[in-house]
Design a protein around this ligand. Sequence first.
Ligand SMILES: [Mn+2]
Length: 344
Amino acid sequence: MTDTYTANTTPAEAARWLAPARSVVITTHFRPDGDAVGSSLALARALTARDPETRVELWYAGILPQYLDAVIGETPFRHLDTHPPTEADTPDAVVIVDTGAWSQLETLRDFLTPRAERTLIVDHHLSGDPPIADRRIVDGTAAAAAQLVADLCAELLGCTTATLPEPVANPLYMGLATDTGWFRYSSVTPRVFHLAADFIAAGVDHTEIFRIIEQRERPGRIRLFGRAIEALELHDHGRIALTTLTESDFKLAGAKPGDTGGFADRFLAIETVLVAVVLNESHDHAGEQITKISMRSKPGPEAIDVNKAAATLGGGGHARAAGARYAGPIDETKPLVLAALGAS
Ligand SMILES: [Mn+2]
């Protein structure tokens, strides 16, 4: 074992290790997104398709996506916010998808710490904490965790990614599509399109997935976006778009925490903008006021690495999409973010 966050096992090896487990817990980062839900759901279904006797449970923490009920079906899941782990939880194996960082797994720290030897990470982030799991499938060039989980599912089921059962391919397509902004981001490679084609060959109804994810907005979220547009500021000769949302904005819009997903991306539509930032007021677990920082940047020769900027603020992510949390109000956070982005 090394202490760098790189792969130390392959999908084939990991499948051989996972196959004998009679009970498996699959979890992911706090506030699961489409890739987190899709990857975990697909793996759960692959394990039970392989052996219906395997007991699999999905564990999610934080606000859940509003489309979860439309995709989860009969697959058992537990919301850790109301049902934290107990001593009765003694799975043979634990799989963590789409993260490998303690900062994203706070609610499971006590559960995971003594279980590293039976834990597998499947992740496509650039950084993480190796002590969490003895086994890691990590590939920072993968566009989604779903891309890596697809290979693991195919190994488990002894098939190819084009012949996966439709209930497995369906959430994998969701993960791949949402993490690539519906196949628009710079992370999209030939492999991504080949995989998407495989999933459609496996029977996925991609227009139905688009409808479930993108065409079920609540009016409150659209009104909140209106307030984000109203508050838009341009900095650094128009290269930085920054907007702020206070708790009163959420209240007046009738929006919920977590309703800001995708907002930063929308401001990249401005021609001069290289990086877009959304700062929103929130509270941490202890009730202290914090500011959530979400950053997205455009690819190209002048591209701004938001992963680096987020790291200086105690956060992280990817070069084109990253975030952080600052223990203070928006007014204090804003100049720090602008400095981290090298605003002049
Ligand atoms: Mn992901």
